[in-house]
Design a protein around this ligand. Structure first.
Ligand SMILES: Nc1ncnc2c1ncn2[C@@H]1O[C@H](COP(=O)(O)OP(=O)(O)OP(=O)(O)O)[C@@H](O)[C@H]1O
Ligand SMILES: [Mg+2]
Length: 382
């Protein structure tokens, strides 16, 4: 490895942007590849290349002078990552792990093969296959590849509702009777040492099927929290490769924990760690890339993270209510620098730290009431 290593990051969205913010503290250089010339990393990467993450040659050329290759999105060319690994570069996540995770079918199979609890499922190729698997209904039908942020995921109650919009090779998955959705972030080093953050509770916006806000600690008994952490660690260790793993869990109404899916990268559910923990998820990832010791994960008090999701249509970004939010003690505003806002697009987030759950609830309400990202023509006086 050269004296001042270069990290080549595939994907230049908000996760990459927050990764760079932290990497700058250590004077580590980060190069970024993204198809959008105005991606959140474009103005801040040491070197930014516009190009297709799925194209093998583009990825190989982009990463040629790098020492370490990482991702901030799963939809990248794994053949290129394998090739880069063969040429002696450090590739995290391992391309083998990424191939499993990119395909929701292989991922579910992986949990089954490793005895990890997950909802019942079958892999199917067409809507006609559902008839014979009616015992799984009501179910979720998930495209095996290409989905993100709830796209490619469909709740189906009966055979007829699936036929109209069948997504191609799919996972048919029994619907879990969910009480809470949790996420557990685990960092694993080369020699298998690991640390885990406190589980976070994800509160969903049912219309957009996106995380509305999250809170940590989750409002669950200590025993369940410990069980969730242990399950997250089990999943991360089953992949047998260094990296940061965000394990999404369902806590069902009968108290069972099921693994939904895993992201082998920084995750929306870990943004609060920037201010709420000694070492953030981005710091942890950097430490893994560099082979440095892992950092501390102890949560300071209680924390919440409110996503700022674009509303009111498409246009240039206007943020409303910034000063109202900054009046609330211990709030931290993050804007991702996206040029264009669209309804449903993640534009930023606000983290707030509180003494207890009550204080946190008040702060969340204020943030949600005042802070909005809208197109500029809709701007009102603040
Ligand atoms: N088997 C299931 N039972 C009940 N709800 C489910 C099930 N599978 C998915 N869901 C719901 O749909 C949401 C999205 O599913 P999933 O996480 O698989 O999709 P995704 O597109 O990868 O999402 P994201 O990128 O937002 O994590 C889950 O967070 C959960 O609310
Ligand atoms: Mg998910």
């Amino acid at each position: 490895m050269s004296k001042r290593p270069i990290i080549a990051l595939l994907g230049g969205g908000q996760l990459g942007r927050m990764f760079i913010e932290n990497a700058l503290r250590y004077d580590v250089r980060v190069h970024v590849l993204d198809p959008d010339p105005q991606a959140p990393c474009a103005g801040i990467a040491h070197h930014f290349v516009t190009g297709d993450l799925q194209d093998e040659r583009t990825v190989l050329e982009f990463a040629a002078d790098a020492d370490i290759i990482g991702i901030e999105i799963e939809h990248v060319n794994t053949a290129a990552m394998e090739e880069l690994q063969r040429s002696g570069k450090r590739v995290i996540p391992d391309p083998r792990v990424l191939s499993t995770i990119q395909d929701k079918g292989l991922q579910k199979q992986f949990y089954r093969d490793n005895g990890i609890p997950t909802s019942e499922f079958e892999l199917i190729d067409g809507p006609e296959a559902i008839e014979a698997r009616k015992h799984l209904l009501p179910a979720f039908l998930k495209s095996r590849t290409g989905g993100y942020d709830g796209k490619g995921v469909m709740a189906i109650a009966d055979v007829a509702s699936a036929s109209s919009a069948f997504p191609g090779p799919a996972v048919l998955e029994q619907r879990a009777d969910i009480a809470l959705e949790l996420a557990v972030l685990v960092a694993v080093t080369d020699d298998g040492a690991h640390i885990v953050y406190d589980p976070v509770e994800m509160v969903f916006n049912p219309e957009l099927n996106l995380v509305d806000h999250l809170r940590s600690p989750a409002r669950i008994p200590a025993a369940v929290s410990q069980e969730a952490s242990a399950l997250g660690v089990r999943v991360a260790q089953a992949f047998q490769a260094p990296g940061l793993y965000a394990v999404e869990l369902f806590l069902t109404k009968d108290g069972t924990l099921l693994v939904n899916e895993t992201a082998p990268r920084a995750h929306n559910s870990g943004h609060h760690t920037i201010e709420a923990c000694p070492s953030s998820q981005f710091d942890q990832l950097l430490r893994i890339y560099m082979g440095w010791p892992l950092g501390g994960t102890l949560l300071r008090g209680t924390a919440a993270m409110v996503n700022l999701i674009g509303e009111g249509g498409t246009g240039e970004v206007s943020l409303q209510g910034l000063t109202d939010v900054l009046h609330v003690p211990d709030t931290f505003v993050h804007l991702y620098g996206k040029r264009e806002t669209r309804s449903g697009r993640k534009m930023g987030h606000v983290t707030v730290l509180g003494k207890d759950a009550t204080e946190l609830d008040q702060a969340i309400s204020i943030i949600k009431l005042h802070c909005k990202v809208v197109p500029q023509e809709d701007r009102q006086e603040v």
